[in-house]
Design a protein around this ligand. Structure first.
Ligand SMILES: [Zn+2]
Length: 379
């Protein structure tokens, strides 16, 4: 089930990985369906069903390609500003570009955001011109109509994306402008996130209201609105964390020289020993030479049936190991710290130097926020 839900890589373009979620296929089918049964037979009547199917499918694929073009223009502009691009993905509601870092300047933020709608407008104008040219030179309606449809849809996509609300491109434009005017990136983030929630919830209200009044297809608006409102908040908190932990290294926030669980001890010995130190729940397990062998928690020790004959190293849980000079943001992205993993062992020169826990990261982000507030009050 999980592998079914995972996005499938479909290619690479100038170092950018492109993946497609299975739900993108639903979009292709839905668009094909609408074109084949509602649009094409009306605009270009009198053809066989096969012809409509083929034209519908080709237009639907071209539509997905135009979405991909939109996302790739975000990605390639970001790369020009040295912003790492994780991947571009296609899914049910269109496309998305994931970045590995926040834009370095308001200018970069603005241009990366504007590139997408700019490309959609260009695609719309180009396909519109092609349709018009073909139309006046006597081209088949079966080619003219899909081109015109692509033109209108791309212009609408540009328009929708320019609504000034996160996580839409227009929200990023607002973020960049507020950041540029005030010098405060987080303030820009806040303004666009609030706009995103208001816009998203507005769509939910219109969509459900319309559905209740009998216009059931308007439920789609509610789904899109709910997604936008949720994502506006999620993006803001993750960007806030990124902002607060930028340039923070593991060694600055880890707990150094933590009490360790010797892997060669029995579970029973360790439990008895731990009764004297009641302030921790999870411990790094080490081999006699000091190399980490995972982590173990008190509750895991308690669950062992034969504690007197079970070595701690045999029940140690495998967790990722991180380096002291790694950035905390990298560690959060790489490990599942906080999502099932309480602590990860930290190495320096191959030896255990400390542990990094969820609390350490929370502490770092809160302290950095306090320092920022202090700086703002002082200035
Ligand atoms: Zn976009």
């Amino acid at each position: 089930m999980k592998t079914l839900l995972r996005p499938v890589p479909i290619g690479r373009f100038r170092g950018v990985t492109v993946v497609a979620h299975w739900s993108a296929l639903m979009t292709v089918l839905l668009v094909t369906w609408v074109l084949t049964f509602s649009f094409l037979p009306v605009i270009a009547p009198g053809r066989s069903p096969t012809v409509y199917w083929v034209a519908g499918a080709l237009t639907s694929v071209a539509f997905m390609l135009s979405l991909l073009l939109h996302e790739l223009s975000h990605a390639l502009t970001a790369q020009r500003f040295g912003i790492e691009v994780k991947r571009v993905s296609l899914w049910l509601l269109g496309g998305a570009t994931e970045f590995g870092a926040l834009p370095p300047t308001p200018r970069a933020d603005l241009l990366v955001a504007a590139a997408g709608p700019g490309t959609s407008v260009a695609t719309g104008v180009a396909t519109g011109l092609a349709a018009t040219t073909l139309d006046v030179t006597g081209g088949s309606a079966l080619v003219v109509a899909p081109l015109m449809w692509l033109a209108i849809v791309n212009l609408l996509i540009a328009l929708f994306n320019l609504v000034p609300a996160a996580p839409l491109d227009g929200g990023r434009v607002v973020r960049a402008i507020v950041w540029w005017r005030t010098g405060d990136q987080l303030r820009g983030e806040r303004v666009s996130a609030v706009a995103g929630r208001v816009f998203g919830l507005g769509l939910v209200a219109v969509g459900t209201g319309g559905a209740v009044a009998g216009r059931v297809p308007l439920l789609w608006l509610a789904v899109v609105g709910a997604f936008l409102a949720f994502y506006a908040s999620a993006e803001r908190s993750s960007n806030q964390l990124r902002h607060q932990l930028q340039d923070v290294l593991v060694q600055e926030v880890m707990t150094p020289d933590p009490p360790v669980a010797p892997g060669w001890w029995t579970a029973e010995d360790l439990l008895r020993y731990l009764a004297t130190d009641r302030h921790r729940r999870v411990f790094p397990v080490v081999a006699p030479d000091g190399t980490p062998e995972g982590v173990v928690s008190i509750s895991e020790l308690v669950q062992v049936p034969d504690r007197a004959h079970t070595k701690v190293s045999d029940i140690a849980r495998d967790v990722p190991v991180v380096q002291a000079d790694e950035s905390v943001l990298e560690v959060i992205a790489r490990t599942s710290l906080g999502h099932g993993t309480d602590i990860v062992p930290v190495l320096r020169d191959g030896r255990l130097a400390g542990v990094l826990g969820v609390d350490d990261v929370a502490w770092a982000s809160e302290i950095s926020r306090a320092v920022r507030l202090e700086e703002r009050e002082a200035s």
